[in-house]
Design a protein around this ligand. Structure first.
Ligand code: SF4
Ligand code: SF4
Length: 84
């Protein structure tokens, strides 16, 4: 599937433990990444500074669901089951 325009659920819902430019300690779950622009697109897309975690996430029905709300619900659950 294609990534939904204006979604960014996977740039907000999950925690990221590696440094992100502007967020040296990574980001907590549920907090929008500072690299999202005002159209909810990644400013680092295609650049080496983009965390490997982000590159590992691919749009897929199991993560993105059929709506932005569904994606948030699925990612929140994923965060819960993978919490240390
Ligand atoms: S959750 Fe899926 S559709 Fe939404 S921004 Fe991430 S990859 Fe794109
Ligand atoms: S670096 Fe880009 S892809 Fe990764 S969470 Fe931030 S905005 Fe999303």
């Amino acid at each position: 599937m294609e990534c939904r325009d204006g979604c960014a659920a996977c740039c907000i819902a999950p925690s990221i433990t590696s440094p992100i430019p502007g967020m040296p300690d990574g980001k907590p779950a549920g907090v929008a990444c500072v690299q999202l622009d005002d159209r909810l697109r990644c400013r680092l897309f295609g650049r080496p500074e983009r965390p490997a975690f982000c590159g590992s996430l691919r749009p897929a029905l199991e993560m993105c669901g059929s709506s932005r709300v569904a994606a948030f619900a699925m990612l929140k659950e994923l965060e819960r089951v993978t919490a240390p």
